[in-house]
Design a protein. Structure first.
Length: 209
């Protein structure tokens, strides 16, 4: 009995780590670009934001997202053999619904935002991003589960690429994807000017003048 309990806990932890890593591997490079270039954050602010999201994801949000998605797919009778377009639509809508429920709580309790208008606008923006990124994020979860040997992915588009690769090769590919994500983030921060330093330099120049 005890061994079965530990086995279940171990399995839950595996899904949690893999799903969380899949979500962050895909989203971090994209959001680092959006934060530094679109939103005008400094490198330090963006890095802090990414660290906070990673912390929340590994503290349980990644697991909730993955398991919630599994449950939603089961309810709507969607599996790997379902048409890709339907799977994409499901993941986009699921991601939007997940963030619609979660974002107000994060903005209010974690970010300390009290203005209902700001919370609403922030939540709407998050929902918009989720509709665009939900499909590839769901795909990332399926792919990394397969690459790490957790759960086989039978999606046709994936199988056409991976075919019958060995488990060792799949794990090497998984490590490569994670490394590529980190390298992409590093490239973004190295190519974008650190706005904090620029602002400090401008302030110093103004004082000298």
């Amino acid at each position: 009995m005890a061994s079965d309990k530990y086995a279940k806990i171990k399995n839950v932890l595996k899904y949690h780590i893999v799903d969380s890593t899949a979500l962050l591997t895909f989203s971090n490079p994209i959001f680092s670009v959006m934060e530094t270039i679109v939103s005008g954050m400094s490198d330090a602010e963006s890095i802090k934001s990414r660290e906070s999201i990673a912390g929340l994801t590994y503290l349980g949000l990644g697991y909730l997202y993955g398991k919630g998605r599994d449950l939603s797919r089961k309810i709507f009778k969607i599996n790997d053999q379902t048409k890709e377009k339907i799977q994409y639509v499901h993941d986009a809508v699921y991601s939007a619904a997940f963030n619609a429920a979660l974002s107000p709580l994060i903005y209010h309790f974690l970010a300390g935002v009290d203005d209902p208008r700001k919370i609403a606008l922030g939540t709407m923006s998050t929902i918009g991003y989720s509709l665009l990124l939900g499909a590839p994020m769901g795909y990332s979860v399926d792919v990394l589960r397969d690459l790490t040997g957790l759960k086989k992915c039978e999606r046709k588009s994936y199988q056409q690429i991976i075919q019958n690769k060995s488990s060792k090769t799949k794990k090497f590919i998984a490590a490569g994807l994670i490394a590529a994500s980190i390298a992409a983030m590093a490239a973004v921060y190295s190519l974008t000017p650190d706005k904090t330093h620029i602002q400090q330099s401008q302030t110093l120049e103004e004082r000298i003048k």
